[in-house]
Write a protein that binds this ligand. Structure first.
Ligand code: LLP
Length: 436
């Protein structure tokens, strides 16, 4: 029997004598009753604590990567906690602005920003643009020459570092659609151009080696290469480098057996690596270290609640437990073969003696939420089932596949729950249909 591992839940989690799980003083199963399922539940204090951990380790150098989970309430929370915001499209910028996020604290990313997106960003007064390509540099310069305010720019660099994560989310290799190659000299050429033309304000260099990265030595190798670039810029371009942005990517524990570095361990490792590399390289610049975490701020704070709709036991093969969501609310298993755990929030301590596979309700065999996970043998239709550590890239990758409506998002805090994103209705499914 595998016991339920409460360490995958936010620190506020409590378990009563009957095995009922509460988060921030709010009983999870009763949230399912009150708001329906599937439901994304976030422990607000847990998100805030992670923002604070980053802030205390990196000062004013933290931008939350909004792609991990964004809504108006989240953007406001991030601002209240003193973080900058990374947006990677005009749409993310729109939501940030709808939340009243100060534009000068927004970093604009994306490998293919359109002229319209760039114009919108400059008109809004976005503080920093991470420039990804030569075409983008040209577009930006043209916009500024036409009278728009010049942003601070970071040159996005692919440092040629292996991140040891899923290949779909590995982004620092030379063979990448992102950024300017370091080894090829393209990154240096881009910096030279920005500084030489003097149209944009050169602020620094950026790299992001990948996501769900467990190995601190991958970040350390990226630091070495980036500091090498800082030195080359100083010597060959004659420009100081004010900011060194190391992107995001810190991995989180999804399973009991995972071990992930803490935010503090990550911060110590990269600070030490930067200090050492700067000293070794004899660099004069003391660039401010910036970081852009997404997953490690929101993933552990989120739990998804489902209702079991049917159970199919195939003798000698496996038992499928089907829930009322699936790949439309968590695309990660089907995309990255991502693994999760599951528990019953109304009786988390019941014997977990049977291995089952939790399936979604979509028309694909690959629509699996959790493969081979231990749950009680007397599992019943109608019970609420929860998957922990689902706060990142769940809601943001959600779809209406099979015209399933997307779940609501609830924040819990101090014994109270509030809806921050409403559940879609059937009417939303035809809202954009011209002939409806
Ligand atoms: N900065 C940049 C430039 C990025 O591209 C990303 C993530 C981040 C920061 C934040 O990375 P994080 O701290 O969240 O690892 N959908 C995938 C993850 C894609 C990550 C894309 N970029 C997943 O569900 O695993």
């Amino acid at each position: 029997m595998t016991a339920f591992d409460a360490s995958l839940l936010p620190a506020s989690a409590t378990l009563d004598a009957a095995g009922r799980v509460a988060i921030a003083g709010v009983d999870l199963a009763s949230l399912a009753e009150r708001f329906g399922t599937p439901l994304y539940v976030y422990d607000e204090a847990d998100i805030r604590a992670r923002c604070r951990a980053y802030r205390s380790a990196f000062g004013d150098g933290v931008a939350y990567a909004s792609k991990a989970f964004l809504c108006v309430a989240m953007a406001r929370l991030v601002h209240e906690e003193g973080l900058h915001l990374d947006v990677a499209s005009g749409g993310e910028l729109y939501v940030a602005r709808a939340a009243g996020f100060p534009p000068d604290r927004i970093v604009f990313h994306g490998n293919n920003k359109s002229t319209a997106e760039l114009r919108g960003a400059l008109e809004a007064g976005v503080g920093r643009v991470a420039v990804d390509s030569a075409d983008e540099l040209e577009r930006l310069e043209t916009l500024v020459e036409a009278g728009l305010p010049a942003p601070r720019v970071h040159i996005r660099v692919t440092p040629g570092v292996e991140a040891h994560t899923h290949e779909y989310i590995e982004t620092g290799n030379e063979d990448s659609k992102f950024g300017f190659g370091l080894d090829s000299g393209e990154a240096l050429a881009a910096v030279r151009r920005v500084v030489g033309r003097g149209v944009l304000r050169f602020a620094g260099v950026h790299c992001h080696i990948g996501s769900q990265v467990f190995r601190l030595d991958s970040f350390e190798r990226a630091v070495d290469k980036m500091v090498g670039l800082v030195r080359t810029i100083e010597v060959e371009v004659g420009s100081p480098v004010e900011e060194l942005n190391l992107g995001g990517g810190l991995g989180v524990r999804y399973l009991s057996q995972d071990t992930a570095p803490t935010i503090e361990q990550y911060a110590i490792a990269v600070h030490e690596a930067v200090g050492k590399a700067l000293a070794d390289a004899g660099v004069r610049s003391r660039p401010q270290l910036l970081t852009e975490p997404g997953r490690s701020i929101v993933a552990p704070a989120g739990i998804t609640l489902y209702t079991i709709g049917t159970i199919k036991a195939i003798a000698g093969v496996r038992t499928y437990v089907a829930v009322d969501g699936g790949m439309s609310d968590n695309l990660r298993p089907v995309t990255y073969d991502a693994r999760y755990e599951a528990f019953l929030p109304a009786r988390a301590t019941s014997d977990r003696t049977t291995l089952v596979t939790i399936a979604g309700k979509h028309c694909e065999q690959g629509d699996i939420v959790v493969r081979d996970t231990p749950l009680p043998s007397d599992l019943a239709v109608g019970e609420v089932l929860a998957t922990p550590v689902t706060g990142a890239y769940g809601h943001s990758l959600a779809s209406n596949y099979n015209k399933v409506t997307r779940p609501a998002v609830v924040f819990v805090r101090d014994g109270a729950a509030r809806v921050v994103v409403r559940r879609e209705t059937d009417a939303d499914l035809v809202r954009l249909d011209a002939d409806a």
